[in-house]
Design a protein around this ligand. Structure first.
Ligand code: GAL
Length: 384
């Protein structure tokens, strides 16, 4: 074990699940070797409060995230302990993108093509006729350069990946940098930056699946969700936005007040039918990129765990884990069935390169793409 950074400032509070939790700092260990022969590492980040997170520079995958609850800490993200589990045939067949960084374009692009400045670009069609999550391999399967750090109020790791000109069909070389910082206030702060050599679409996101009761302990249908959105973008049968922006009022998509996810998921609603549940982009209350605003809040009444999502992005893809079919077995040995976890992906809207009315995703040479998302963890002490 290579101990890279580990400043023992204080012992974390004991918890029933992790009596031997490490001191504040970042620990680096070998995680395995990719088929291409690249060795990858796993970084264990532990904050002052004893919250911890394991992340690998293979795909920037968050392997585990141990968040406090009324009765102690639990691992609240779906995934596996070993690199091979993220490379198995079963994993490739179901393509869940557990915990990974997504690029160059989170979500779908219609018919895997777009036109920009008079040129039509053809992308990798990896989801029926469409392009999904940057194609295969996307950023979720790349080996990122990793630089761990320890700052006054956080510990973390900076991941960098250079996507060559033409990768997956996209124009321009994209220099990408993503910082994961775990603050001493139990916030996971994600900062994205990118620059390009040619105008190109960019829409980076993070694809963790959360279950605040603990991964592998059941579904998220009892979790209460709030989304700060007045509208969402309905989709066609291939999950591409139709182009309309529909008010959530009076629909099962109205999460402006805290609502259990399972309360309306089986409602007779064409949009829920198409996606087998929620798998939709919510239009957040404002469109500017400058301010960090609350986008959503997730609360598990049983454990008291609460997660608040803040972002500078204009959209939030709420995916209720509809396509999990039990074929993948997670860290505690439980099969992940439908709704075993949910993703709250902060991003620009799907298919924006083909939708001039949606906020633009085009990054140009000389500009810097910046985006910030915060997943803030807290515990409600009031009993359920
Ligand atoms: C989500 C997407 C879903 C599904 C999932 C991965 O981001 O919205 O439709 O593709 O990723 O299985």
């Amino acid at each position: 074990m290579a101990l890279l950074l580990c400043a023992a400032r204080s012992e974390p509070s004991a918890s029933p699940e992790s009596p031997a939790a490490a001191s504040r700092g970042v620990e680096r260990q070998a995680f395995g070797t990719t088929p291409a022969g690249d060795s990858v590492d796993v970084f264990t980040l532990t904050n002052e409060a004893g919250m911890s997170m394991r992340v690998t520079n293979y795909g920037g995958i968050i392997l585990s995230l141990r968040a406090p609850g009324r009765d102690g800490r639990a691992d609240v993200v779906l995934g596996f302990d070993a690199l091979d589990d993220y490379r198995s045939d079963a994993y490739a067949a179901s393509s869940p993108y557990f915990g990974a960084l997504i690029g160059r374009y989170g979500n779908r692009i219609d018919e895997a093509r777009f036109s920009l400045n008079g040129t039509t670009y053809t992308l990798d069609a990896n989801n029926g006729p469409n392009h999904l999550h940057g194609g295969e391999p996307g950023f979720d399967e790349r080996v990122w350069r990793a630089d761990p750090f320890e700052r006054a109020d956080s510990v973390g790791v900076v991941l960098r990946y250079v996507s060559p000109d033409g990768e997956a069909g996209y124009p321009g070389r994209l220099d990408t940098e993503v910082t994961y910082a775990l603050t001493d206030d139990n916030e996971l702060v994600l900062d994205y930056r990118a620059t390009t050599t040619k105008a190109t679409p960019v829409n980076l996101t993070q694809h963790s699946y959360f279950n605040l009761g603990g991964e592998g302990t059941g579904t998220v249908l009892d979790h209460e969700l709030t989304i700060d959105a007045e509208a969402f973008t309905p989709v066609d049968s291939t999950l591409i936005p139709t182009g309309t922006v529909r008010p959530v009022a009076g629909t099962p998509f109205d999460f402006r007040e805290p609502t259990p996810i399972g309360a309306r998921i089986d409602a007779d609603n064409r949009q829920l039918g198409i996606a087998q549940g929620y798998d939709h982009n919510f239009v957040l209350a404002r469109q500017d990129r400058d301010t960090l605003r609350r986008a959503a809040r997730l609360y598990d009444p049983d454990s008291g765990r609460e997660m608040t999502v803040l972002t500078t992005e204009p959209g939030l893809q709420f995916y209720s884990g509809n396509f999990l079919d039990g074929s993948l077995v997670g860290k505690r040995g439980a099969a992940y069935g439908p709704h075993a976890g949910l993703a709250l992906e902060t991003q620009h809207f799907p298919d924006s390169p083909n939708r001039p009315a949606f906020p633009s995703t085009i990054l140009r040479p000389g500009e810097t793409y910046t985006s910030r998302t915060v997943y803030r963890f807290s515990v409600r002490t009031d009993p359920p």
